[in-house]
Design a protein around this ligand. Sequence first.
Ligand code: COA
Length: 168
Amino acid sequence: MPRIEVVRAGESDIPFIVATERRPGFEKLVGRWEAAQHAEAMTEPRYAYFLARAVADGSEPKPLGFALLRDWDSPERSTLLKRIAVSEPGQGVGPALLRGLIERVFTETKAHRLSLGLFPHNLRARRAYESVGFQAEGVSRGSAFVGGEHHDELVMAILRPDWLARKG
Ligand SMILES: CC(C)(COP(=O)(O)OP(=O)(O)OC[C@H]1O[C@@H](n2cnc3c(N)ncnc32)[C@H](O)[C@@H]1OP(=O)(O)O)[C@@H](O)C(=O)NCCC(=O)NCCS
């Protein structure tokens, strides 16, 4: 795998973000917004966008995936990983992006908790989250309204003490 860096994303990354949300097969796994909605969210401090990029000597960094966090540095000290997707799943990019996000959340903000909700059938995502320290907490019944239907979500989270314990 190439060296991967995790950096804040900006408006010029919106075409990549919109395209990644719309990868074939992702429609049942992850939400999607129009470009204008991402542009609007980027103006709000409670949203924070990140990119995973492959870094190679002598060439432009190549975007591999993105993540959208909500309630960044919130007074409640609880941040939500609202969305994450990589262009080519199954190659370990997701965990690299997640590790970068966790590091930034707990070093750059006072957050005590980073949580997310996923569809329980999304075993690939669950495996990726568990591999970086998220723990399953329970099912939030009917909490996602997608495609005109209410869906259950599995809630997972990593707390600051979990992160500190993993750092050793
Ligand atoms: C979820 C996501 C970010 C994870 O990143 P990734 O780069 O694919 O993660 P990995 O390559 O490490 O794969 C995760 C694990 O799932 C396993 N896996 C791969 N394909 C799988 C499949 N179809 N079913 C079950 N497990 C699978 C991998 O072997 C790996 O397990 P390991 O740690 O034991 O090796 C990425 O798959 C993705 O963007 N998926 C589409 C959008 C999505 O589901 N977003 C999350 C919504 S909550």
